[in-house]
Design a protein around this ligand. Structure first.
Ligand code: ADP
Length: 397
């Protein structure tokens, strides 16, 4: 039998998964299998890839159409499929990506019924993600009560931030009830912080800004490889412009929309989470590849604004760090868009970043010149592996 860890990332209508083998030296970095079930609650679609990216299964399973039972149906299907696909695999634990661990948890936790209830209390802080993350936990507990489940929080890595970086200038009572900056994408930043010495040696402990640029986008300021500031705050809406989210916004805009446009909570939520960002500004797509391929002025302007906002936020994070030694690009856009990296690096020349255009075009790992005061790097992130490693560590305790 091969012992494997099941990594799960449950969204409103999707369940992403990956399986990592436990080895004597830890967790193999290459997932044995990975994929997703999407269209949950409607027409489900299952796709699974092997270790080399080859498609090993694709189907449209008939799952419960009832959204409330969607995750249970999806997990039951996945566990059955795994058992028949490879009888030699034994799932020994599950690691979940859980968006919110509140202000209390700065590390992964074993999920007990009491913890699940406590995390459920954080739903108002992340209503679009937390309920679905927890639905998968509950569904798996019902299907496999004996299976250890570990929660890995997107907020945990940022708990090292100094108190001021976590505060809003709101009345103290609101802050005490939890209205404060939490920060997200923590598992991605933790992975980058972990591998940084391989790229920078002792300078990894200096002043570093990591740009996680995917559909969701944020940046994190690291010192001593710990988070000291981040662009996302109370929710995953703040900071950088994203695929469909607005990022940093004058709160007066919300007051205006409520007062003069009659927008309520649902309308505002839809606008800010789903109809803004690259999609809203371009009117074409939320997808950077589509925008880069488009000749439309609105597509070009959306990319320009995306990069402008990043450059501005880099300035803010560099101020929090008191200077800058390295800038790291990661996630879908950061790892693949030479155009975005060029705009961001040239816009950050004032910090001492000397950009190497040729290295950038060939997607090299280092895209600054050898004499640049600020080293610019491209490092692929691996949140699933981070979750698998945390889960293995918790199992060993
Ligand atoms: P998620 O936040 O959903 O995990 P990803 O990290 O996969 O997102 O990033 C998705 C984004 O990366 C999309 O905007 C996509 O267009 C962009 N992207 C992926 N490949 C490329 C590429 N070759 N060039 C430019 N953008 C890319």
């Amino acid at each position: 039998m091969r012992e494997v860890i099941l990594v799960l990332n449950a969204g409103s209508s999707s369940l992403k998964f990956a399986l990592f083998e436990l080895a004597a030296a830890g967790v193999a970095q290459q997932a044995l299998l990975s994929g997703q079930l999407d269209g949950l609650g409607a027409r489900a679609h299952f796709k699974c890839k092997g270790a080399n990216g080859e498609i090993v299964a694709e189907s449209e399973p008939a799952l419960a159409a009832d959204p409330a039972r969607a995750h249970r149906g999806a997990l039951a299907f996945l566990l059955d499929w795994l058992a028949t696909h490879n009888e030699n695999l034994h799932v020994c634990a599950a690691g979940h990506r859980i968006v919110h661990g509140g202000s209390r948890y700065s590390a992964p936790q074993r999920i007990t019924p009491a913890l699940a209830e406590e995390l459920d209390g954080l739903v108002p802080l992340a209503p679009l993600h937390q309920p679905h993350n927890l639905a998968a936990v509950g569904a798996l507990a019902a299907l496999r009560p004996e299976l250890p489940q570990i929660g890995c929080f997107d907020t945990a890595f940022h708990r090292s931030q100094p108190p001021l970086a976590q505060m809003f200038a709101l009345p103290r009572a609101l802050s005490e009830e939890g209205v404060r900056r939490y920060g997200f994408h923590g598992l991605s930043y933790e992975y980058i912080a972990d591998v940084l010495p391989q790229h920078l040696g002792a300078r990894a402990d200096g002043r570093v800004i990591v740009l996680h640029l995917g559909n969701g986008a944020s940046l994190c300021a690291l010192r001593g490889r710990k988070s000291i500031a981040s662009s996302m705050g109370f929710t995953a809406l703040d900071g950088l412009m994203m695929g469909t989210r607005c990022g940093n916004l004058d709160p007066g805009v919300l007051l205006y929309l409520m007062q003069y446009r009659g927008l309520g909570v649902e309308g505002l939520s839809d606008l800010l989470y789903k109809r803004s960002g690259l999609a809203g500004v371009s009117g074409i797509s939320q997808d950077m590849r589509t925008l880069e391929a488009s000749a439309e002025p609105a597509a070009r302007e959306a990319i320009e604004l995306f990069c402008y906002r990043i450059v501005r936020e880099i300035g803010s994070a560099a101020a929090a760090l008191g200077g800058l030694d390295a800038l790291v690009f990661t996630a879908g856009i950061g790892q693949n868009s030479a155009r975005v990296r060029e705009r961001v690096c040239t816009g950050s020349a004032w910090l001492g970043l000397a950009f190497d255009a040729e290295a950038n075009t060939r997607h090299a790992a280092c895209i600054s010149t050898p004499d640049s005061a600020v080293t610019a790097l491209v490092i692929p992130t691996d949140e699933e592996w981070m979750i698998a490693r945390h889960t293995a560590k918790m199992l060993a305790q």
